[in-house]
Design a protein around this ligand. Structure first.
Ligand code: NAD
Ligand code: GLY
Length: 358
């Protein structure tokens, strides 16, 4: 098992990465929390696969346990579902020392984190991510949220977990297209901060897509280390944390225009990264070689590299509506070289439109 520390003063915690870790959840939690009740928030399908392993280990460690089940899908990130979770916690007799265990992907993690941040003004929670996206991205860094009908993640808090327990064995049951979509975020880390990671993915793409455990541990560990480093420098995203949004500005616009159902988040990020690289080249930041390498890797992983037919004007308007756009300035993360990016406060609209048209 690998241990990474994310250093955030009194909100510091460890990210544990390895195999066969779910059955040790109770052991890890015992040292971290004082309370004796634990509520495992998960989907029914994940409960069937992994629930017993987690709850038995919690019970062995002396916790009284209960499940709080939520339906699969983005719709569960709502105030209504959060409200039902509060009811469940009250019903189970939770107090300020009770711990919530988020067992699932980003939906369960974001929702559980939001409920943990607000129930009794904050109770401890741990992330036990079971999708690649959650293992390399959403479980680390303390962004928690539910959606508002007018926009994603509009209601939330920065609230750090007490630990992140990443068992890469859980990826074996993850639908392959979910796994592949998560790879877009791993490629992102290579582009923003680590050329060696980018090269590793390129050299080992087949083994990664075949879920080779050693490769999985390597990519998850490196990704978490990069994310932890960024969050340590700028926990509340005053600016630097935005490097994590490489490829997301265009990606979010595509997701919004396709009603969050046309493409998976990771697929939209993959396309978004290809176009962000083209934009970087057009704005004089990087060479054609950087664009070519990124596009080739995205294709090698079987991820999309072309925008769906939405029209450049609609994409630009959707980007202006994104909560990160101020006035008519769209902030972009542009790539200078593989492993090096820069945050810019605005790209001239004609340049942007030209890149989107091509
Ligand atoms: P998800 O949580 O919806 O999970 C995808 C599907 O995989 C679900 O149907 C789930 O039941 C299933 N699943 C999960 N683990 C499984 C396993 N091991 N075996 C079999 N099936 C499994 O999707 P996601 O991509 O993990 O998360 C997306 C969410 O994450 C979005 O709401 C997004 O906003 C959020 N997010 C948050 C952050 C953050 O920093 N907090 C970052 C990125 C994304
Ligand atoms: N997923 C982007 C962030 O955590 O900041």
């Amino acid at each position: 098992m690998k241990k990474l520390k994310i250093d955030l003063a009194e909100r510091s915690y460890e990210i544990l990465i390895g195999r066969n870790l779910l059955g040790r959840t109770g052991e890890f939690l015992r040292d971290l929390v004082k309370g004796n009740s634990a509520v495992v928030v998960t989907h029914p399908g994940i409960r069937r696969l992994y629930g017993d392993g987690v709850t038995v280990s919690l019970q062995k460690a002396g916790f009284r346990t209960a499940y709080a089940e939520v339906a699969e899908g983005e719709a569960s990130k709502s105030l209504e579902v959060a409200g039902r979770l509060f009811d469940r916690l009250v019903e189970f007799g939770c107090d300020r020392q009770s711990v919530l265990v988020a067992l699932g992907g980003g939906v369960v993690g974001d929702l559980t984190g939001f409920v943990a941040a607000t129930f009794m003004r904050g109770v401890p929670f741990v992330q036990v991510p079971t999708t690649l996206l959650a293992q390399v991205d959403s479980s680390v860094g303390g962004k928690t949220a539910v959606n508002h009908p007018r926009g994603k993640n509009l209601i939330g808090a920065f609230y750090q977990p007490r630990a992140v327990i990443v068992d890469v064995d859980t990826l074996k049951t993850l639908p392959f297209d979910e796994f592949r979509a998560g790879m877009a975020e791993v490629v992102k880390y290579g582009v923003i901060a680590d050329r060696a990671l980018f090269d590793f993915i390129d050299d080992n793409a087949s083994a990664i897509l075949a879920l080779d455990p050693a490769c999985l541990e390597r990519i998850v560990e490196t990704s978490c280390a990069i994310k932890a480093g960024v969050v340590e420098k700028d926990e509340r995203e005053s600016r630097y944390r935005m490097v994590l949004n490489f490829g997301h500005t265009i990606g979010h616009a595509v997701e919004a225009l396709t009603g969050y159902s046309g493409m998976k988040h990771g697929e939209a990020v993959a396309v978004g990264m290809v176009y962000a690289a083209e934009l970087s080249k057009a704005a004089g930041y990087c060479s054609e070689d950087v664009c070519r390498r990124l596009r080739a890797l995205i294709r090698k992983l079987g991820l999309p590299d072309k925008l769906p037919d939405l029209g450049p004007a609609a994409i630009v308007e959707a980007m202006y509506l994104d909560k990160k756009a101020t006035d008519r300035n769209i902030r972009f993360v542009l790539v200078k070289d593989i492993g090096e990016v820069e945050i810019t406060d605005g790209v001239p609209e004609p340049v942007l439109r030209k890149v989107l048209e091509n």
